[in-house]
Design a protein around this ligand. Structure first.
Ligand SMILES: Nc1ncnc2c1ncn2[C@@H]1O[C@H](COP(=O)(O)OP(=O)(O)OP(=O)(O)O)[C@@H](O)[C@H]1O
Ligand SMILES: [Mg+2]
Length: 385
């Protein structure tokens, strides 16, 4: 390859990375170019070097520890062909807000952290801390968020394996990509997260790539067994049924993330409302009811929508909430709709006519339940207050 074709392919590569908004990869690639062209194209190298020095890391960067940006040894491993990063790095501060966790989960994670903080005591007793865990739960319940938080509590970076990058390359190279990524993580104190690990299992049933994916599973099987106690290997999935049983067995711990309970739903609503809490305070119990069965991320998305609409003045809170609960009522069974109607009757000044319109429950029924009917507001609700 002559000089100009090398330059062309480098140019194409940097454009590709820039368009994919992989800012960190652009920086790393640019740093490599500076070294590569220092001899043959000194002016170009100098110019690129200047850009790198004057343009600070993007806003996510304060989370990064101050590592010398020029030390390419620290660079994340990439797929040789596509130059995509095989790992994504997160360095969160330990004082960030903890995820909302059920008491069980809080205890389990507290134990994991304690084991690490008091590792010498375990070692003295001839034990090792939990090395690996698999997080299981519906989408949007906090598996990835918790992995980030856990790493931050342990004061180490979180590396998340990017399976798309691992498999982006020529057939036959994903196994070695995976090993490269895992070796990188094994060599430093960190938490490694194999996020959405079911993607491998899922793809396994697609006959095009069976051999390749089997190889990946084999690599992971070996690695889980041999993972050094100094690091922590996590996996996450919302399809536990797709995970190879041999792999499943190898994790030291299975951590189940359940759909949030009403107490946690209420907490989430408060947290996501943030400074707008006062504005929506009168709706909190109604929203808690309406959001039951939803994930934290669903709740967060909906609340953001309310807040935006109120901030822009496109709709008053009452209209937003009415429209929302009307939509939610459609997914409830009859008793659920009656419960919601009663709650609306007790907690708002909406007319029985409006409540009937929102919930689809007849005014007669509403009257019956609110005057002499059974107390249908769930018992738990009283303790939440
Ligand atoms: N337990 C939680 N506490 C607070 N916020 C949460 C929690 N779980 C989810 N969220 C909110 O939802 C967003 C998505 O959560 P996260 O990515 O951790 O879900 P996940 O369980 O990994 O989902 P998936 O299976 O789709 O990957 C978070 O960024 C956060 O805003
Ligand atoms: Mg996730």
């Amino acid at each position: 390859m002559d000089d100009s074709s090398g330059l062309k392919s480098d140019l194409a590569q940097i454009v590709r990375l820039a368009l994919a908004e992989q800012t960190e990869d652009v920086r790393l690639f640019a740093a490599r170019l500076v070294r590569k062209y220092r001899g043959t194209e000194p002016e170009l190298a100098q110019q690129v070097d200047l850009f790198l020095r004057t343009k600070p890391h993007r806003t996510g960067a304060p989370l990064r520890k101050a590592v010398a940006p020029s030390s390419l040894e620290q660079a994340l491993p990439v797929d040789d062909e596509s130059r995509l990063s095989l790992l994504k790095e997160f360095r969160d501060l330990p004082d960030q807000e903890a995820p909302l966790l059920s008491p069980d989960l809080e205890e389990t994670l507290g134990q994991l952290i304690l084991e690490r903080k008091q590792a010498e005591r375990l070692v003295a007793a001839g034990l090792v801390p939990t090395r690996s865990a698999i997080f299981v739960g519906q989408p949007g319940v906090g598996k990835t968020l918790t992995a980030r938080w856990l790493a931050a509590q342990l004061g180490v970076p979180l590396y998340v394996l990017d399976l798309t990058a691992v498999m982006s390359s020529l057939l036959g190279r994903s196994g070695s990509n995976l090993r490269t990524a895992l070796d990188f993580a094994k060599q430093r104190p960190c938490v490694l997260l194999l996020d959405e690990i079911d993607a491998i299992a899922k793809r396994r049933s697609d006959d095009s790539d069976v051999g390749e994916l089997k190889r990946l599973v084999t690599v992971i099987l070996q690695e889980v067994d041999e993972w050094p106690a100094a690091g922590m290997l996590l996996a996450a999935t919302n399809h536990p049924e797709l995970i190879d049983p041999a792999l499943w067995r190898r994790f030291d711990l299975v951590v189940e993330f359940k759909t949030p309970e009403p107490v946690a739903v209420k907490e989430a609503i408060k947290r996501f409302l943030g400074p707008d809490f006062a504005l929506f305070a009168r709706w909190v119990d109604i929203l808690t009811f309406a959001f039951r069965g939803q994930s934290f991320s669903d709740i967060g998305r909906e609340i953001q929508r309310f807040r935006r609409a109120v901030a822009l003045g496109t709709a008053p809170d009452v209209d937003l909430i009415e429209e929302f609960i009307k939509a939610r009522a459609l997914s409830l069974d009859r008793q659920g709709r009656i419960d919601m109607a009663v709650l609306l009757a007790k907690q708002t000044r909406l007319s029985q006519h409006s409540i009937s319109d929102i919930t689809g429950v007849s005014r007669d029924t509403i009257r019956k339940y609110t005057t002499d009917g059974p107390a249908v507001v769930p018992k738990k609700r009283r303790r939440e207050g």
